[in-house]
Design a binder for this molecule. Sequence first.
Ligand SMILES: C[S@@+](CC[C@H](N)C(=O)[O-])C[C@H]1O[C@@H](n2cnc3c(N)ncnc32)[C@H](O)[C@@H]1O
Length: 175
Amino acid sequence: MRRSSAPRSPLKPSTLGRDATLRDSQSWDTLSTAVEPTAELRTRAAELHPSPRIEWLDDSLPALSYVSTRGITFDIVMLTAVWMHLDEQQRQSAMPKVAALVRPGGVMMLSLRHGPVPAGRRMFEVTSDETTSLAKLNGMNCVHHLEDRDTRLRRPGVWWDRLVFIKQMDCGCAA
Ligand SMILES: C[S@@+](CC[C@H](N)C(=O)[O-])C[C@H]1O[C@@H](n2cnc3c(N)ncnc32)[C@H](O)[C@@H]1O
């Protein structure tokens, strides 16, 4: 994970689970770190977003065993359509790891998919309440919660919780 050396922007984003938001990174004056455990998806995503400002890493939740050892924090950590792929035990293990990546005063953005699970996919029903409580225990307060339709793909019965958290400046928690 590279530190941002961009002179014009203080933003240092990270995305866990190959975030579509990175398609806008070409216009960012900053370095982004993207974590994707599936080699095929990582390769495809890197081809789709061939920016020297994006660093693609092979790592996975809940342990983030490589990213966590680098001792680097980020201004924004995004988990878009990723969290519900973890079971309850994994979510409990993962939240402190994710929280530790967010700098004090930094932002974590997370979306939760609800509705029918496509055949062959590993997905769990995860509530915004559970996620908000777990984040709070790890020093991150929910500042925005939107219940949203499946606006992009318009799949029947699918809807989303979109959550934004701010990491406390004086977090006395494990993270
Ligand atoms: C529905 S896709 C969302 C991709 C991307 N965030 C986006 O919004 O376009 C789910 C992503 O989560 C990743 N993922 C699943 N389990 C994961 C884990 N344990 N750790 C990290 N990423 C994981 C998948 O490999 C996949 O890239």
